[in-house]
Design a protein around this ligand. Structure first.
Ligand code: F6P
Length: 542
């Protein structure tokens, strides 16, 4: 990139590359306060980053000069910002209040959103109250939610994260993978008479979801149910009403969604139906409220105090100037253990792009590799590389302050590990400090000097610490919206379309061709390696 804001950041990087955060903390006792921002029940301590005022100023300048505020407003207003698919991007409209207005092609979509929310509310209360029953007159005890990607990850991780809010009488099981072990294992435990199937597919063309739903339908019919009973047990969420009815789903059982909602941004739509079934409609509404509050924060807070903007620009600083290739998410919360996988799709499917809005290949890094896992487990696994490996991995530590259990000491241990990891990454430990420790313990000088080399902790490894008051529906909604907007900020700076996903298409086409080869329906031309894999598979399975 050749903009003056970018060049300024290159200069800042040259000035700052070898500055150690230890020194920055030593020089400025106010550093933590200075680089902490709060909103919507979240407190972001971003002081353990390789930044100072001048770096931040240049980063915010980069955001402004990328027209972040104008582009943000255009997204919220329903402009066609997904230009390769000619679509508006309006997941934020899904959490607007009744009576608000967002126009797409002259229609107020907020009205449609609330009509669908009313339908969800009605359906969920009928299931919970036992008014809606299975074909033999029994109440529903289980829901099998079938979907993949955005039609799976959001509902799955929200339901999992809000375990304390789950209904006791209705259990929701998620099935995504076309690996038959998944659906077979889930169905084996269930009674078809008391099982509701919710199939979620925006496109209604996704191979895995169609196959899993077919298998569920066969299982249902094999249990003694008749074809007409399907209408009582099979619901679907899709924007492709024609395909859904063609598949045999009763039109009354279709919950709509819209082209202006991307799959990975869709948990706020009827794709969230399994969430509402699991935790109740009121709690689902609270998830939407939390996201709306974060939307308002993103829309109105100055860039310097705007959580998604701060996290977004700091991420750009590491990706584009320090050359960091990955970003790790470390929720210190068992219930948030699925969050890294959720953000993986959100971020990597959105910003894993190489062509900019002017149709040119970009000459800078875009979306980083997102990965992670729950703390403290990761400390006993991959944190070694974060502390002493050759690569710098910026980290987000996420810590809900109030637990939903009463085991105080567990929670103190969890939090102490979280905070201490951020400290260890930041300050490290010098060889001299380590040598002294070893000598004090009685090691001889030669041994201490040798070992100190291996125990040396470079530090200066960056992290954000995001504290949330508690993991409740509102805050969870806010957390997810925060990451959605962070991804948006970065996409704007990188000048890419964060809302298409063309890169997943070729694999689908080739997958169908290979399937034809495996099933002897055709003999597509395959490269020798792929052909060999097909031949070996066929030879060993028959
Ligand atoms: O293959 C990628 C993808 O299209 C995602 O973007 C989407 O979330 C997922 O597949 C599922 O798509 P659908 O909801 O249309 O079945």
């Amino acid at each position: 990139m050749t903009t003056s804001a970018w060049q300024q950041l290159e200069a800042e990087f040259n000035r700052f590359e070898n500055v150690h955060m230890r020194d920055l903390f030593a020089q400025n006792p106010n550093r933590a306060k200075q680089y902490t921002a709060s909103a919507c029940g979240f407190t972001l301590d971003y002081s353990k980053n390789r930044i100072d005022d001048a770096v931040l100023k240049a980063l915010f300048e980069l955001a402004s000069s990328s027209e972040l505020e104008q582009k943000r407003d255009a997204m919220f207003a329903g402009d066609i910002i997904n230009t390769t698919e000619q679509r508006a991007v309006l997941h934020t409209a899904l959490r607007r209040k009744k009576g608000d207005s967002v126009l797409v092609d002259g229609e107020n979509v907020v009205d449609e959103v609330h009509a669908t929310l009313t339908k969800i509310k009605q359906f969920v209360s009928e299931v919970h109250d036992g008014e809606r029953k299975g074909y033999t007159g029994k109440e529903f005890t289980d829901v099998v939610a079938i979907g993949i990607g955005g039609s799976f990850l959001g509902p799955k991780i929200v339901t999992e994260a809000l375990k304390p809010y789950q209904q006791q009488t209705l259990k929701v099981h998620f099935v995504a993978n076309v690996d038959g072990h998944h659906i077979v294992d889930v169905l084996a435990k269930l009674n078809a008479e008391t099982t509701l199937v919710v199939m979620s597919s925006k496109s209604f063309t996704t191979q895995e979801t169609l196959k899993n739903t077919e298998t569920a339908r066969e299982w249902f019919l094999a249990s003694g149910a008749e074809f007409k009973d399907i209408a009582k047990h099979f619901m679907c969420v899709s924007s492709n009403i024609a395909k859904a009815t063609e598949f045999g789903i009763d039109e009354d059982n279709i919950f709509p969604m819209w082209d202006w909602v991307g799959g990975r941004y869709s948990l706020w739509s009827a794709i969230g139906l399994p969430i509402a079934l699991a935790i109740g409609f009121d709690n689902f509404e609270q998830v939407l409220t939390g996201a709306r509050e974060m939307d308002e924060h993103f829309l109105t807070a100055p860039l310097e105090q705007n959580l998604p903007v701060i996290m977004g620009v700091i991420g750009v600083w590491y990706s584009n100037f320090f050359g960091c290739q990955s970003h790790v998410l470390l929720p210190y919360s068992h219930y948030l253990r699925g969050f890294p996988a959720y953000v993986q799709q959100l971020d990597m499917e959105s910003n894993g792009k190489s062509v900019d809005h002017t149709d040119n290949n970009v000459d800078y890094a875009t979306g980083p590799i997102i990965w992670g896992g729950e703390g403290t487990n990761g400390q006993h696994a991959f944190h070694q590389l974060m502390h002493q490996g050759k690569t710098i991995i910026p980290a987000d530590f996420i810590m809900p302050i109030k637990p939903s259990h009463t085991e105080t000491e567990h929670h103190q241990m969890l939090a102490s590990n979280c905070f201490a990891q951020t400290q260890a990454l930041m300050q490290g430990q010098t060889a001299a400090e380590i040598e002294q420790e070893l000598l004090a313990k009685g090691a001889d000088a030669a041994e201490a000097s040798k070992l100190a080399k291996h125990k040396f902790m470079p530090g200066n490894r960056p992290s954000n610490t995001l504290m949330m008051e508690e993991l409740n529906p509102t805050q969870l909604g806010g957390l997810i919206a925060l990451y959605e907007h962070k991804v948006f900020v970065q996409g704007v700076i990188w000048q890419i379309n964060s809302f298409d996903q063309w890169g997943v298409e070729l694999g689908k086409v080739l997958g169908n061709r290979v399937l034809d080869a495996l099933q002897d329906k055709a003999q597509p031309e395959l490269d020798s390696s792929t052909q060999q894999l097909v031949d070996m598979f066929k030879a060993q399975i028959s």
